[in-house]
Write a protein of this length. Structure first.
Length: 122
C-alpha cells in the first residue's frame, strides 16, 4: 500500500514539474519590439563610418541591403566595395569585382558588433 501511495505522490510531483516547466517556457519567450531605437538612416551612417575606419583605402562603398534581425535587436547592413584593381601591363579590367560586407549593429546603442563577408551564390 505504501508503494501505491508513493507512486501517486511521484505522479503528482511530475505533473507539477511539467506544469511549472510549461509556464516558465511561456514566460521565457524572447521579447519582440515593434520599433527600434536606432533608425535606419543613422544605422547606415554608423556602419559606413565603421567600415571606412576598418578598411582604410575603401573605394566606391555602396549600400546594398538593410534589414532588422528577426528579434529586432540588431541591424544587418550589407555594403559592397570595389576590390583592388588588378592591372595587366598597365591597363585595368573593364568590370572590377566587388566584395560584400555585412555589418551588424546593436539597434539600441548603434555599436558595431560584427563585420562578415557575404558570399554570393554562383
Amino acid at each position: 500500500m505504501n508503494e501505491r501511495k508513493l507512486s501517486k505522490n511521484m505522479k503528482a510531483r511530475r505533473l507539477k514539474q511539467n506544469r511549472n516547466s510549461r509556464e516558465s517556457q511561456k514566460n521565457n519567450k524572447p521579447e519582440v519590439r515593434a520599433w527600434m531605437p536606432l533608425d535606419s538612416k543613422t544605422a547606415i551612417e554608423r556602419a559606413r563610418t565603421y567600415l571606412s575606419e576598418i578598411f582604410l583605402n575603401v573605394k566606391d562603398l555602396r549600400l546594398e541591403e538593410i534589414e532588422p534581425s528577426s528579434d529586432h535587436k540588431h541591424w544587418l547592413i550589407t555594403f559592397s566595395l570595389a576590390r583592388p584593381e588588378l592591372s595587366l601591363f598597365g591597363s585595368s579590367f573593364a568590370n572590377p569585382q566587388r566584395d560584400y560586407k555585412i555589418v551588424t549593429l546593436d539597434a539600441s546603442t548603434g555599436e558595431p558588433l560584427a563585420v562578415k563577408m557575404k558570399v554570393l551564390r554562383q
